[in-house]
Design a protein around this ligand. Structure first.
Ligand code: SAH
Ligand code: SF4
Length: 381
């Protein structure tokens, strides 16, 4: 099998070129052809020596992901479903805004974390994507969009690792993909405009801050361990105080001076005044140690199997106003691409259950989610 060159960051490509007996700088030219120009045919890479092109034809290829579907929303959002083999598919979403173009990228087929409110979580874990499969989403989208929008300049200015999967549970494939996104010879994206979203894989957050510090979003969803254990099962391993202490440490290396906390608004579950007040107390306690953050409230995108409902607008407003009054910058995420099921947590394609996770979640659902206003805020673990 020949190497898929989308699997490499620039350093990896240089090593590959050296392995073929080529000078390292050839990798830079090749990397630019692939990522900046969107080329996959070595014969079209006119400034590469003929001898190198011949070696590449024998040893390498640039393989896009087969597209299963493309849907364009009324609001300009585009969703692609890519085939990653063995019946698995992943989704990528482009969200155009006035001042930026954001690509929401998947990191895994399915997800092992199994959050109750997430359709990917209900699907169970199938496998990690390779670096090539992560980067192919950006490579295809950027070059497709340039043609589609008749633009010669860059279209995608921001990448959010908020598609299917938990990026920090696919660390070794993620890092070269992030490096290619940031590389001036690749996509040249600013570190501040590449965001890794995590449900809180604490040790990998430390490593990310050292290996490739980019903007960080943390999916919080609850102000107590009791409630978060139930919504985000990973909390049992990395409880809130540990997670928030790590967020504080991350800031010393981060390109932005705040962490974004995502909070999915679930009717009657985590959206009451008491929850907002408990959240303020929790974050204030960590703010005393240097934690700086913004909140992004995400109205839940319902799907049948979850048994959960979207919070009423009034509840979302009330929740936001409590956070704002406490001095936290808080935004409510606009739902985009609703008509094509491209909104957060709807990225499941045909839901398949590979690991019995749907059954586990159904069992959890049988246990009512209780909220005790006086429950301990920490120390439960
Ligand atoms: N695994 C990572 C990134 C992918 S999920 C993480 O959990 O952070 C991206 C975001 O979508 C997360 O904040 C997640 O909580 C949110 N999300 C998942 N399902 C959702 C749903 N049904 N409605 C609204 N947001 C959802
Ligand atoms: Fe996985 Fe994130 Fe969905 Fe949780 S919200 S199941 S971590 S993709």
């Amino acid at each position: 099998m020949t190497a898929n060159l989308l699997d490499f960051d620039l350093e990896g490509l240089a090593v590959f070129c050296e392995g073929m007996g080529e000078k390292r700088f050839r990798a830079t030219q090749l990397f630019r052809w692939i990522h900046q120009r969107g080329m996959s045919n070595f014969d079209d890479m006119s400034d590469l020596a003929k001898s190198l092109r011949e070696k590449l034809k024998v040893n390498a290829h640039v393989a896009p992901l087969p597209i299963l579907s493309q849907q364009i929303s009324k609001d300009g959002t585009i969703k692609w479903l890519f085939d990653v083999g063995a019946g698995d598919a992943v989704e990528t979403v482009f969200i155009p805004e006035d001042d930026r173009g954001t690509l929401c990228v998947s990191s895994q087929a399915g997800c092992a974390v199994g959050c109750r409110f997430c359709s990917t979580g209900h699907q169970g874990f199938s496998r990690n994507l390779s670096t090539a499969e992560i980067l192919a989403q950006l490579w295809f989208a950027e070059h497709f969009l340039r043609k589609h929008l008749h633009q010669t300049d860059r279209v995608i200015s921001n990448v959010v690792m908020m598609g299917m999967g938990e990026p920090l549970q696919n660390y070794s494939a993620l890092i070269p993909a992030l490096k290619a996104m940031l590389d001036d010879h690749g996509y040249g994206l600013s570190r501040r405009r590449v965001t890794v979203s995590t449900s809180g894989v604490v040790p990998m957050m430390t490593r990310l801050s050292l290996d490739c510090p980019v903007a960080l979003a943390v999916s919080l969803h609850a102000p107590t361990n009791e409630l978060r254990d139930n919504l985000v099962p990973l909390n049992r391993k990395y409880p809130l105080d540990e997670l928030l202490a790590e967020c504080t440490l991350y800031l010393s290396k981060a390109p932005r001076d705040f962490i974004t906390f995502e909070y999915c608004m679930l009717k009657g579950v985590n959206d009451q005044t008491e929850h907002a007040q408990a959240l303020v107390q929790l974050i204030r306690r960590h703010a005393a140690n240097g934690l700086r953050c913004k909140f992004n409230l995400i109205p839940f995108n319902p799907f049948k199997a979850s048994g959960l409902l979207r919070s009423d607008d009034a509840a979302v407003e009330q929740f936001a106003s409590i956070l704002i009054q406490a001095g936290f910058v808080t935004t409510v995420r606009k739902t985009r691409g609703d008509d094509i099921d491209a909104a957060c947590g709807q990225l499941a394609g045909d839901v398949k259950d590979r690991t019995g996770v749907a059954e586990r979640i159904a069992q959890q659902r049988a246990v009512p989610i209780e909220w005790h206003a006086n429950a301990p805020q920490s120390g439960a673990h």
